[in-house]
Design a protein around this ligand. Structure first.
Ligand code: ADP
Length: 454
């Protein structure tokens, strides 16, 4: 019988009596070795073969055994194939090995019907590294196998024993290797667990620290909030209480200087003038304090509306031009680019800008004070820049503190409350107020506001 590839069989033999099982097994190993299978695979094929041979001898009285090398047309390489053609038909045309493990010894084991012939077929892949079987080598093998007289059952038993010992030896060394690996794994596990426990402990420790810190922080912020609230309340109350007497002083001063009153000497008129100007300064301070306290206490609610920057700028230009300014200082209010609208509180925004422009005019001796608007993404940048003395970087944060005035700078009146108030308002409008300045290079205060409001 020949395979589908048309290759000539390597060896053919008959299986009829008990002794033949040993011969089939022995020749099977020899053929497997000749075909290039590794030692273990030779034993596997031989063992599978002897099991199937025993089954077939018992159930159908024997078989004709054919060994053949086939090339897998699907590109799976070479296979050693053994076909066992039963002498009587298989019961129900079916074959199931007695021992289920047999099928695992080879790559394929099953019943195949080809051109009307039914055979029990098994095959095992030949490693790609095995020497190729040239027709010459095949012919050689053929004669070699034909020449070798099969040994006795005793010989085969001895060979089988030797194989068993080798297999057991291998199993033991594999088990030893496994034990070493297991030990190493357990060791690593212990290390990992120790590390994990240590990390967990450290994490818990840190967590406890963080929790304590947060509790402390909460307490501190509550204290701060309470302090800030009482400060605002105090400022609001004091300023409110102060406003009435200061206004009264100003009124009295005006009365004293009035032409309807008794005439004053020149010295008295000078002193009354001083009283009135001091009272006026005091009133400004009191009013600014009141504004700031209101803004800080959260009682100042912006009235949101669509604000057009152009009329707002126009109004600022008008009111500030009316102020007495230095002849060498020019006030420039640029026309904002259209469309110049945003959602904001017009009154509060005007207060912020007026405050900044006012400062610019107050501190600049020559050059210009400029207001310009620039749209950047979804924000408006409103910048008030001047060519004044500038502010040293280390003072940039401080000038936004209440009552702070840059030391050494020419004092031109003021309370030191304008900038903190302006920043407060900018925040209330959902924006920011930032300064960029250097001594000798002027200052630029920039109000950045979202176009959509807070
Ligand atoms: P005030 O102007 O009433 O003193 P502000 O809070 O408005 O208070 O300003 C705080 C301080 O910041 C000022 O006293 C001044 O030293 C400094 N400053 C503010 N604006 C300018 C500016 N445009 N150029 C230089 N310095 C300024």
């Amino acid at each position: 019988m020949s395979g589908p590839t048309g290759a000539a069989p390597l060896l053919q033999m008959t299986l009829r009596v008990e002794h033949d099982i040993f011969v089939v097994r022995q020749r099977g190993r020899e053929v497997a070795a000749a075909a290039g299978l590794e030692h273990q695979d030779q034993v596997r094929v031989a063992t599978a073969l002897s099991e199937v041979a025993r089954d077939l001898l018992r159930t159908v009285g024997g078989a004709d055994v054919t060994f053949i090398i086939v090339h897998d047309p699907a590109g799976g390489g070479r296979h050693l194939r053994v076909d066992l053609a039963p002498v009587r038909p298989l019961p129900d045309g079916h074959y199931e090995p007695q021992s289920g493990a047999v099928a695992r010894l080879v790559d394929m084991l099953g019943v195949v019907t080809e051109e009307g012939d039914t055979v029990v077929r098994m095959s095992r892949r030949v490693p790609a590294t095995a020497a190729a079987l040239t027709p010459e080598r095949l012919a050689e093998l053929h004669t070699e196998l034909g020449r070798n007289a099969p040994g006795s059952a005793i010989d085969e038993l001895a060979a089988q024993n030797a194989q068993l010992i080798a297999a057991l030896d291998e199993v033991r060394s594999q088990r030893d290797e496994l034990a070493v690996l297991n030990e190493e794994l357990a060791e690593t596990n212990r290390g990992v667990m120790a590390l994990y426990n240590q990390l967990t402990e450290e994490l818990e420790e840190t967590n406890r620290g963080v929790v304590a810190l947060y509790a402390e922080l909460d307490e501190k912020s509550a204290q701060l909030r309470a302090a800030s609230e009482s400060k605002s309340r105090f400022l609001a109350n004091v300023s409110h209480e102060l406003r009435a007497p200061v206004t009264a002083i100003m009124g009295l001063g005006r009365l004293l200087g009035d032409s309807a009153s008794d005439p004053l000497t020149a010295e008295q008129a000078r002193q009354v003038g001083l009283i009135r100007s001091s009272a006026s300064d005091l009133l400004t301070l009191v009013n600014e304090l009141l504004d700031l306290a209101k803004a800080e206490s959260g009682r100042l609610e912006p009235t949101w509306a669509e604000v057009d920057l152009r009329p707002l700028f126009g109004q600022l230009r008008g009111t500030l031009r009316a102020l007495p300014t230095r002849p060498d200082v020019e006030l420039v209010v640029e026309e904002p680019p259209a469309p110049a609208t945003l959602r904001s509180d017009e009154v509060l925004l005007a207060q912020v800008l007026r405050n900044l422009l006012h400062n610019g005019l107050k501190f600049t001796e020559r050059g210009e004070v400029r207001l310009r608007a620039e749209r950047r993404g979804d924000r408006w940048l409103l910048a008030v820049s001047d060519t004044g003395p500038g502010i040293p970087p280390e003072q940039h944060d401080r000038i936004f503190e209440e009552f702070y005035q840059v030391p050494g700078a020419t004092r031109v009146g003021g309370t030191g409350l304008g900038l903190p108030y302006a920043r407060r308002l900018a925040t209330l409008l959902g924006g920011t107020l930032e300064l960029s300045s250097e001594p000798g290079r002027g200052s630029t205060f920039t109000v950045s506001l979202p176009t959509g409001g807070a």
